[in-house]
Design a protein around this ligand. Structure first.
Ligand code: DAH
Length: 364
């Protein structure tokens, strides 16, 4: 077959470009591409035919063929991009979501009681001027123990059933999973110095498992350091918190002497309750229930963080989040918090968007 004259190429170009322009969807466009540039396509065929031409003819012809191929290829690409855009727009239109529709009840998720409790206590402490600080779950010995005035070899370290990570080959030191949120006291003091007023909610870990212990649980730590901070401030702060959290205006608190290496003096705090049969009620009923540990920050801790303990004093407290959630919401078994049972979550969980705030009431 002889080479087609130029005008024939022009006609072919016009025909193909028209077909490209008229393709109304991606499938039709693909057909045009195959018919022009596919293995048996018309342009491909003409390219193959050039083998019979003389070298000079082939050169000239090759140039116009390449130009044709490029032009048709570019038109195909451009049309493809347009059709993609149109297909996406059509799909967005077809699958448009009416965000004003109410959530279907069977699809509605629930907020886990731990999250809810952290939101609630954050709202209460935020109202008292506390900000929220966080620290890493994997800690070193310095932050978890030494800086908190647990000397190496001190028996109080053994009370924590610590999970240690394997030795670090570089220096032989062992990292650990923090056994309490108190190491973040050290991190906050080192980073922000005094004055400071933070709460620190987060995960903590101890090697223990039964009705009242899980290897991972949550604590919230509080830390206030200033030039005039007293045990009376600590007492007032905790009374305020407990009454707001449990929504009992006359909830009594009892401070009992205790020991923590990082506070001096130290106390454990009980709240009033009533135990009758299997039932437990929070309020001014004469019985007592322990809920947290606290005390005045030990001067050694302040000095370990480069803070002048003759100028600054502070108070700190720490409590288990599951424990106060169980008490407030009547959840009997700690282990169920972490079993990821949807029926449990449906029962004890909270409706999303019902974010706790003091203004709207925590206990709706
Ligand atoms: N870190 C302690 C624990 O896990 C709780 C605690 C007690 C924290 C007294 C404090 C505190 O900040 O002052 O058992």
């Amino acid at each position: 077959m002889s080479a087609e004259p130029k005008s024939a190429l022009e006609a072919l170009k016009t025909e193909l470009l028209t077909a490209v322009g008229e393709a109304t969807d991606l499938a039709a466009l693909e057909e045009v591409r195959v018919s022009a540039l596919g293995k048996k396509g018309r342009i491909t065929g003409l390219m193959a035919d050039m083998r019979s031409l003389s070298p000079e003819e082939r050169k000239e012809r090759g140039q116009s063929m390449n130009a044709l191929k490029d032009e048709v290829g570019a038109a195909l690409d451009a049309r493809k991009a347009d059709l993609h855009k149109a297909a996406l727009a059509a799909r967005l239109e077809a699958e448009r979501i009416d965000v004003t529709l109410p959530v279907r009840p069977e699809r509605e998720g629930r907020v886990h009681p731990i999250t809810q409790t952290i939101d609630e206590l954050t709202a209460i402490f935020a109202d008292m001027g506390f900000s929220v600080a966080e620290g890493p779950d994997i800690e070193d010995d310095f932050h978890n123990f030494t800086a908190l005035n647990f000397p190496p070899g001190h028996p109080a370290r053994d009370m924590h059933d610590t999970f240690y990570l394997p030795d670090r080959p570089s220096d032989g030191s062992r990292m650990l999973l923090r056994t309490h949120t108190s190491p973040v006291q050290v991190r906050s003091l080192l980073a922000d110095k005094a004055p400071i007023r933070v709460i620190i909610p987060g995960r903590t870990y101890r090697s223990d498992y039964d009705m009242t212990h899980t290897p991972m649980f949550h604590q919230v730590e509080g830390l206030v350091v200033d030039e005039k901070t007293s045990m009376a401030n600590l007492r007032g702060c905790l009374i305020e918190f407990c009454r707001a959290f449990f929504d009992v205006d006359d909830l009594p608190l009892r401070f009992r002497p205790s020991f923590f290496p990082f506070t001096e003096p130290s106390a454990e705090v009980d709240i009033g309750c009533l135990r009758r049969g299997g039932e437990l009620k929070i309020g001014n009923f004469g019985d007592w229930l322990e809920i947290l540990g606290c005390g005045m920050v030990h001067p050694n801790v302040l000095e370990n963080c480069g803070i002048d303990s003759t100028k600054y004093q502070g108070f700190a407290f720490g409590m288990g989040i599951e424990r106060i959630a169980m008490l407030k919401y009547g959840i009997p078994d700690l282990r169920t918090f972490f079993e990821a049972d949807l029926r449990w979550l449906k029962h004890y969980g909270f409706v999303p968007l019902d974010v706790p705030s003091l203004a709207q009431g925590l206990n709706r």
